[in-house]
Design a binder for this molecule. Structure first.
Ligand SMILES: *[C@@H]1O[C@H](CO)[C@@H](O)[C@H](O)[C@H]1NC(C)=O
Ligand SMILES: *[C@@H]1O[C@H](CO)[C@@H](O)[C@H](O)[C@H]1NC(C)=O
Ligand SMILES: *[C@@H]1O[C@H](CO)[C@@H](O)[C@H](O)[C@H]1NC(C)=O
Length: 514
């Protein structure tokens, strides 16, 4: 072998080793981050909802249901900590939560964090080392808990439009003085969790109310095919008319895709496709997607919201990879310059928007990093993940956990650690550095859902396919096994909603649905 070739070989081998040990070391580091937050939560805060990481005490934030524990359960399985999963599972059950609590809670947050967390832990319990009862996955204690909470959310959907109220009292139902104004994503992000509930319990009511709300929004699109971001659930009148792919609209768009894939409902993907076309036409500004007026299509503000950062991940899921990559670089450049992603960033003057400078430990940029790494295998995304881990460690780590950054310019901290830091942020970062994870095998639906749907369609003929047709991650990063939807008998057939709008799909989506 000639000397240059030998050198090259050595360099390549060395790089490979380095990469491998790098992957291991970052994976361990993220696991330790999770444990630091989780252990301190159990020690200082449980059974309260959240840990205040600077004062090291527990606080109830979204409804006094031990939120952080329930939101973090499935992360233990994803990170391979079965013994702790079994312990936490028992801890969750000892709360014997019937959710008969006099507390006003956000219907949206209770669904994505708690119902979603319980359903995912229920579906992952075998993988987590819990002996499953004979009727599983159609029966199980966490499924019962999820169902009883969801039933307490149902009164919110009893409106003339079918759009749910924003809040409900878990014991008494909708409070008499409750405001009828609510956000678009708060109205229409139920189809994944409620779909799973209906398919597992056999009661169609959940899937039906979720679909009804989606159609209620759809029927109120503007003449240019966009929706606003806040609506009156009694009259159906738009109260905030800015369309955006992010803030207050995000998981509506996300659940059209994920619900469509999970429940094999092409009409939902068709809706997404139409909204995406209009969004590309009106709100795309140099690969940012900004707020526009839903009626005129005119740009209303040149702001980027931290929540918008999920969008490249969703685009990769529907196969729009080039656009996803271009739209990813934008928020990442903000993160690079500030070390975090502020709640609102003014693209025009290149600064965080005053009073919206905080970084709430949000997961969306890490989420898109994972989706894009899965889709491209480009090591650039690993470097992004490392940079994010570095800055979270450097800026947010405190004695009892990780603290929200109150100001992205000064890095002053605030005494709050949202439960999604354990459900999502650490999970996505971990997945980036764990190539052998079950969610990184063929079975996570992160891109090329085209093939997956074909695969699904074949598998469906044999009915229940637990563990073999792929996972989707909910908007709170709770993995859902898509193979379960035909495992349990239905009392009634799920509603077949007519699609009012039969425009053709793009060729790519067409492919996926035939
Ligand atoms: C599992 O989690 C517990 C609690 O965080 C921790 O003490 C333990 O070391 C973890 N075990 C493994 C194998 O990760
Ligand atoms: C829930 O909200 C209603 C209406 O605003 C209020 O009257 C009630 O006291 C609240 N309940 C709790 C437990 O905060
Ligand atoms: C913190 O930042 C410094 C310099 O910016 C870097 O060298 C160091 O590795 C970071 N520490 C951690 C724990 O990431």
């Amino acid at each position: 072998m000639k000397l240059p070739a030998l050198l090259l070989l050595i360099v390549i081998t060395w790089c490979h080793c380095d990469t491998q040990s790098d992957m291991d070391s970052y994976r361990r580091q993220v696991k330790e981050m999770f444990q630091h937050a989780y252990d301190n939560y159990l020690l200082h805060a449980f059974p309260h909802d959240e840990l205040a990481p600077i004062s090291c005490v527990g606080v109830d934030t979204w409804g006094s249901f031990s939120l952080t524990l329930l939101d973090a359960l499935d992360t233990l399985v994803v990170m391979g900590n079965q013994s702790e999963f079994r312990r936490a599972y028992q801890l969750a059950l000892q709360q014997h939560l019937s959710f008969n609590i006099d507390t006003n809670t956000s219907v949206f947050e209770a669904n994505i964090r708690v119902v979603g967390g319980l359903l995912s832990a229920h579906l992952l319990s075998a993988r987590g080392g819990i002996p499953v009862p004979p009727g599983w996955p159609c029966e199980g204690p966490l499924l019962s808990m999820a169902e009883s909470l969801a039933r307490r959310l149902l009164p919110a959907f009893d409106t003339p439009t079918g759009l749910p109220y924003g809040s409900v009292n878990l014991r008494y139902g909708v409070s008499p003085g409750e405001t009828p104004l609510t956000c678009t994503s708060c109205c229409a992000s139920y189809i994944v969790e409620f779909g799973v509930l209906s398919r597992l319990t056999g009661d169609t009511v959940f899937e039906d109310v979720a679909l009804r709300a989606i159609h209620a929004l759809w029927n109120r699109r503007s003449t240019i095919g966009l929706v606003g971001n806040h609506i009156n659930v009694l009259t159906g009148e738009w109260k905030a008319t800015d369309f955006t792919v992010g803030n207050f609209v995000d998981s509506y768009l996300e659940y059209l895709v994920k619900g469509g894939i999970l429940l094999r409902r092409p009409e939902l993907l068709e809706m997404f496709h139409d909204l995406y076309q209009q969004a590309s036409r009106y709100s795309k500004l140099h690969d940012w997607f900004v707020s526009v007026n839903m009626n005129t299509g005119q740009i209303s503000s040149p702001y980027y919201y931290a929540l918008d950062a999920y969008w490249p991940g969703l685009l990769s899921m529907v196969g729009e990879l080039p656009q996803a990559e271009k739209s990813f670089i934008k928020p990442y450049s903000i993160w690079r310059s500030l070390g975090v992603l502020p709640e609102m960033f003014n693209i025009a003057d290149g600064k965080p928007v005053a009073k919206h400078e905080a970084y709430h430990l949000r997961p969306e940029l890490a989420e898109s990093t994972w989706y894009l790494f899965r889709a491209t295998k480009n090591p650039f995304y690993l470097e992004v993940g490392k940079a994010m881990i570095h800055s979270i460690q450097n800026i947010s780590r405190v004695n009892c956990g990780y603290a929200t950054v109150k100001n992205s310019l000064t890095h002053v901290l605030a005494d709050r650690m949202e439960s999604y830091f354990l459900a999502e942020t650490t999970k996505y970062l971990y997945l980036l550095f764990d190539p052998d994870n079950f969610l990184n095998q063929q079975d996570a639906i992160t891109h090329k859902h085209v093939e997956h749907l074909h695969y699904d369609a074949r598998m469906l003929r044999s009915g229940c396919t637990v563990g073999s047709t792929g996972y989707i991650l909910t908007t709170e990063a709770h993995p859902i096994d898509t193979g379960i939807i035909h495992c349990c008998g239905m009392k009634n057939k799920p509603t077949q909603v007519n699609t009012c709008n039969k425009r053709p799909f793009s060729s790519r989506l067409q492919l996926s649905l035939t």
